[in-house]
Design a protein around this ligand. Structure first.
Ligand code: ATP
Length: 218
């Protein structure tokens, strides 16, 4: 499998962590955290961009309409992500334009965070969690890639329960993402998250392999 990484040798290797909606990415990230591995959640950082960047909010409202804005005392303070999701649903050009605005902001945050983490001598590698790791092209910065997979019905059940949205809505989102099979073809490790307690031993095994394969690469 290729090493996609184009990073500087001063920085800790980046391990990409991906998977479809409800696959268990965040659950896997928590296990890595408990092993002392720093983790960065690109999806959460992307969501927080609207609150932190006024120019992004202005662009969203100008591009997708006033209904996407959250206005308080006459000021545009946030973006209604449900309204924005509806505006880009079935609108691939709009979605690409949105990703092109948000992605560089997430990348800047990641670069700052990555440089900070790399200063710690105990950090052997960092994990970057992103649902659209491949689709956004960020896999090129990753020394290794882990994908998490589970049967679609289980993912729909878990995601619908966690997010409080209808199962059909989750199925719609799944239709728009890469399939588990396609992600696994491009990843170095595929974790199976079908059984209740199956993740821990798999993550421990991957961690051991990463420590061996990446030692001395910082
Ligand atoms: P999203 O794409 O929505 O961010 P995700 O891939 O990060 O989801 P998680 O948030 O880790 O997935 O898991 C989705 C839900 O399923 C969570 O409520 C989590 O607690 C639950 N879950 C994950 N793995 C398991 C498991 N093996 N057994 C039972 N519940 C699980």
């Amino acid at each position: 499998m290729d090493d996609f990484s184009t990073r500087s040798t001063e920085l800790s290797p980046v391990i990409g962590l991906t998977g479809g909606i409800g696959s268990g990415k965040s659950t896997v990230a928590k296990i890595f955290q408990s092993l002392g591995v720093p983790t960065f959640n690109a999806d959460e950082v992307a969501k927080s961009c609207y609150r932190r960047h006024p120019e992004l909010r202005n662009w969203v409202v100008a591009t997708f309409g006033q209904a996407c804005g959250v206005v308080e005392n006459g000021s545009l303070i946030d973006i209604n992500r449900a309204a924005l999701a509806s505006a880009v649903f079935d609108n691939p050009t709009g979605l690409n334009a949105l990703n092109a605005e948000v992605h560089p902001l997430v990348q800047l945050d990641f670069n700052r965070w990555h440089a900070q983490q790399s200063r710690h001598p105990s950090v052997e590698y960092v994990v970057r969690e992103a649902a659209i790791l491949f689709e956004s092209g960020t896999h090129v910065d990753c020394a290794r890639i882990i994908t998490v997979q589970a049967d679609e019905d289980l993912r729909v059940h878990r995601a619908a329960h966690r997010l409080g949205v209808a199962p059909d809505e989750i199925r719609n989102r799944i239709q728009r993402q890469w399939t588990d099979k396609k992600r696994a073809q491009h990843a170095h490790f595929a974790l199976d998250n079908n059984a209740e307690n199956a993740l821990l031993p798999q993550v421990l095994q991957v961690h051991e392999r990463l420590l061996k394969e990446l030692s001395g690469r910082k």
